[in-house]
Design a protein around this ligand. Structure first.
Ligand SMILES: Cc1cc2nc3c(=O)[nH]c(=O)nc-3n(C[C@H](O)[C@H](O)[C@H](O)COP(=O)(O)O)c2cc1C
Length: 346
């Protein structure tokens, strides 16, 4: 029976254990989108802590798709060199590394709520915690916000960023479909008010995600693709967004993408974000979703969110509720977390 320190193969990539560092954006004042020494130093230190896989913070597919000025880019070949150094730093420590690629979405398309939200924040607010717990709900995305031509351009920008990631030596590519960003906006019936082939039915709402996956696959060959995925816009047992993506629909989308070439599904939140404050006392608050997903798909499932203790992390793996676990804040708070877990569990 597998435990936290068992190896696992994700398609053609072997991980030395079942612990992942989830995307955790680093404090970095650089605004040009380049990887700099601060970033390399951070990933070098973190990857030395003993996890099998590091997933980078969100790296944006175009300059306009960022939320904040200090986020990283893979929108041009000139960014590849810096990412090579990041990859080398992680590989030196014996860990594998995936890059998370993202597009923030509707905030670019003249949607007043988000503009106000951004205008009211000091830039300093963004620097570390660049993924707020909750995305402010927008009214909608409609055809006027994003034309078919815009959508084709965005799909291709994901594919091109993924290709650059491979040129930089990343072992895997993670597509960010969670936390209320662009792909999540399309999946969510309360935001997606389109009446064309990208809105309405579930098949239409997942279309952009499928097209992105296909474009990325076309550009990166056999390299594993992970999708960071919200099973629902609401966490298990809570309803913050009554008209949000429903768990039964999220499970259907996950099943569909798992047979369309995605090699791992990485469970996190939808509009409720990665760390809903109402759930902060619950250890592993998204585990009910990973466990439900394990029942319906055959590719590995990662779960992240509020996992604090090695015992709980090991229980999740041993009971088959997920294949790997993301340990974020617990690892930031205690750099000995993995070493300590190994002592207790092996
Ligand atoms: C400082 C910080 C930065 C984060 N940056 C990202 C990010 O760039 N992309 C992303 O998908 N999630 C990001 N997250 C969410 C984490 O990946 C993770 O889902 C969340 O912290 C819950 O897991 P935990 O309880 O183990 O920390 C960030 C979280 C924190 C605390």
């Amino acid at each position: 029976m597998a435990n936290l320190f068992s190896e696992i193969r994700i398609k053609n990539i072997d991980l030395k254990n079942r612990i992942l560092m989830p995307p955790l954006a680093v404090r970095n004042p650089e605004k040009s989108g380049f990887v700099n020494d601060i970033v390399i130093d951070y990933y070098s230190k973190m990857s030395g802590l003993g996890m099998g896989l590091v997933i980078t913070e969100n790296v944006f597919v175009s300059p306009e798709s960022k939320v904040m000025p200090n986020q990283l880019l893979l929108s041009d070949d000139k960014f590849v060199e810096g990412h090579k150094k990041l990859v080398d730093a992680v590989h030196k420590n014996g860990a594998r590394v995936a890059v998370e690629i993202n597009h923030a979405g509707a905030n670019l398309f003249d949607i007043p709520e988000l503009k106000t939200m951004l205008a009211n924040k000091e830039e300093g607010d963004f620097v570390v915690d660049d993924e707020g717990d909750v995305r402010e709900p927008l009214n909608s995305i409609k055809e006027k916000d994003l034309s078919k031509r815009d959508i084709i351009g965005i799909v291709e920008s994901f594919g091109k960023a993924a290709k650059r990631a491979i040129d930089a030596g990343y072992d895997m590519v993670e597509i960010h479909a969670a936390h209320g960003f662009l792909i999540n906006q399309f999946l969510s019936p309360f935001i997606n008010k389109r009446s064309d082939e990208y809105g309405g039915s579930l098949a239409n709402r997942m279309r952009i995600l499928i097209e992105i996956i296909e474009d990325v696959r076309h550009k990166i060959g056999e390299t594993p693709i992970i999708v960071r995925f919200p099973v629902s816009d609401n966490p298990p047992q809570f309803t913050f967004y009554p008209d949000g993506l429903k768990p039964e629909d999220g499970l259907k989308v996950a099943r569909e993408i798992s047979v369309k070439g995605v090699d791992m599904i990485d469970i996190s939140g939808g509009y409720s974000g990665s760390r809903p404050k109402e759930l902060k006392e619950i250890e592993g608050y998204y585990v009910p979703y990973s466990s439900a997903l394990k029942e319906v798909i055959n590719v590995p499932v990662n779960v992240t969110g509020g996992i604090r203790t090695p015992e709980f992390a090991n229980y999740v793996i041993k009971s088959g509720k997920a294949d790997t676990v993301g340990i974020g804040r617990a690892l930031l708070a205690d750099k000995e977390w993995i070493a300590g877990a190994e002592k207790i569990l092996t």
